[in-house]
Design a protein around this ligand. Structure first.
Ligand code: TYD
Length: 136
């Protein structure tokens, strides 16, 4: 499986670091929504869905967590632990997030506004969705 990791430019100087992200430049879509996940309890695993359209970039801006990706025929595990690194997740990828460090803040840049109708939360329906796209 091809894992698309973006290495963002760090504007570092003696004061510290700064990363700036522009839509359709550093991030390959219009950023319509930003949300972040923090104070995640020990042993929590979340996500468990794919999307019909939505694309995302995930950035562990503090701490770390792991991402399980499932294309319907291949799986991968990605460790996010750098605030200047972004994981691109296409819509047709089942994702689960886990092993959050206590201090983890996971920032998500999303290509669409929140729309529950865009979620595929049933794994069998996800497999059907992938099948119907002729990718399997
Ligand atoms: P949920 O989809 O369960 O998060 P995850 O995919 O990380 O497991 O979302 C948790 C709650 O937050 C749920 O009640 C829906 C709400 N929510 C919004 O209102 N807006 C959003 O942009 C997102 C991502 C979630």
């Amino acid at each position: 499986m091809e894992i698309k990791m973006f290495q963002f430019q760090q504007h570092g100087d003696h004061r510290g670091q700064l990363v700036a992200l522009e839509e359709n430049n550093d991030v390959p879509f219009d950023v319509k929504r930003v949300y972040y996940i923090y104070d995640t309890g020990k042993g929590v695993r979340r996500g468990f869905h794919a999307h019909k359209c939505l694309k995302q970039i995930l950035i562990a801006i503090k701490g770390e967590c792991k991402i399980h990706l499932d294309s319907g025929y291949e799986t991968a595990e990605v460790l996010l632990n750098k605030p200047y690194e972004g994981l691109y997740i296409s819509n047709d990828m089942w994702r689960e997030m886990y092993d959050f460090s206590e201090d983890a803040v996971l920032l998500v840049l999303a290509s669409e506004l929140y729309d529950e109708d865009d979620y595929i939360r049933d794994y069998q329906k996800f497999i059907q969705f992938v099948d119907n796209k002729g990718e399997k």
